[in-house]
Design a protein around this ligand. Structure first.
Ligand code: DAU
Length: 342
């Protein structure tokens, strides 16, 4: 297998690269990553000297780059993690989301068809289903995205559906839940709060913090994607979830405990996502479990280990939060509500 992992320098992608090199000893793992603010080569330091690994910088929406790598490396399979993925940024500006998450998927599909690749797996999100008050989303649930980010991911998913129907392209989709673990860029709830709490800064909880998310560890998510690549059926969708639902305030409480801080550092702010803030995510992953996959990371213990990872790896995240891009985003998005607590 000559595997092209797009977005492999990002959070879930880099965890997948580690897992693939470990579990597929005969495979070559080729990473293509645009190294935007959320993709970082230092994330792959530990695998960079592996002879089965190779890195290319570039965008998935550039067909010249994608086709060049497919030819040069004899690619047989693609797994696409490349995405703009932060809901809050998509509320400020959705253009880059449409370029990467919709156009990028189209370019990968066309390349898969043109070079008759064996398989293209697209990593998507449970957010394409929208919000659910009771019960669980299944792969048959309607697509009802509520944010510019989730709408762009849904656009990619629908491109795949159409390509499978129109051309028989051997593409398939995974839809994952909220993911936590090492190497997550510190803008999402868990790493954003952990890094601020370590510095004694206040953390901005949207509203009352009653929204419910279904959390899965990055290595379990990566394992679900690998299992789907090896055992899934082209044309199918597989949910990758851990039936582990927590309201945000409960997650924040664990983060406060593990960083040795107290509730005085919580600042409830008016919800910046407004009507686009999904209340609850919950998925059934029975279809993938039926193929023999199961997550193995217990939530609370693994979340505490993640906090300790951020404490130990300040060399990794401090440079990321000191960039002009990150500071400008934080000031623009949180400035009005955090004020002097920014
Ligand atoms: O469900 C899968 C999705 O999970 C992925 O597709 C997305 O790429 C990923 O970002 C995540 O989406 P969320 O919007 O749920 O993740 P986020 O960490 O941004 O927010 C989690 C919850 O925490 C959400 O209810 C909003 C809340 N929140 C978030 C931030 C950043 C706060 O209360 N304060 C914050 O500062």
């Amino acid at each position: 297998m000559h595997l092209l992992v797009t977005g492999g320098a990002g959070f879930i992608g880099s965890n997948f690269v580690r897992l693939a090199l470990q579990h597929l000893p005969d495979a070559r793992v080729i990473v293509l990553d645009a190294l935007t603010y959320a993709g970082n080569l230092s994330t792959l330091n530990d695998v960079s000297s592996n002879p089965h690994f190779r890195f290319y910088p570039g965008k998935i929406q550039d067909p010249v780059v994608v086709e060049g790598i497919i030819k040069a490396e004899g690619i047989t399979h693609i797994v696409n993690f490349a995405a703009e993925s932060h809901n809050d940024r998509s509320i400020l500006h959705a253009g880059s989301f449409i370029e990467t998450d919709v156009l990028g998927v189209y370019v990968l599909l066309e390349a898969t068809r043109k070079f008759k690749l064996e398989r293209m797996l697209h990593v998507s999100t449970d957010e394409v289903y929208g919000s659910i008050d009771e019960g669980h989303f299944t792969e048959q649930s309607p697509i009802e995205p509520n944010t510019p980010y989730s709408a762009s991911k849904a656009g990619g998913d629908l491109q795949i559906r159409a390509h499978v129907k129109a051309f028989g392209t051997p593409a398939l989709i995974t839809r994952g839940g909220n993911t936590y673990g090492p190497y997550q860029f510190p803008e999402k709830l868990i790493p954003f709060f952990v890094t601020r709490l370590m510095d004694g800064k206040k953390v901005p909880v949207y509203g009352e913090g009653n929204q419910v998310r279904e959390w899965i560890h990055a290595m379990d998510h990566a394992g679900g994607v690998l299992h789907t690549l090896l055992h899934g059926e082209p044309g199918q969708v597989y949910n990758v979830g851990d039936v582990n639902e927590r309201p945000n305030h409960e997650v924040v409480k664990i983060l406060l405990e593990e960083t040795g801080r107290d509730e005085s550092l919580i600042k409830r702010i008016p919800d910046p996502r407004k009507g686009a803030h999904d209340k609850r995510y919950s998925m059934s992953a029975d279809k993938l479990r039926g193929l023999g996959w199961a997550p193995t990371h217990p939530f609370e213990e693994s979340l505490r280990a993640t906090v300790r990872w951020y404490r130990d790896r300040q060399d990794w995240w401090r440079p990321l939060i000191s960039t002009d891009d990150f500071q400008a985003f934080i000031a623009r998005f949180y400035g009005p509500s955090l004020g002097e607590d920014l």
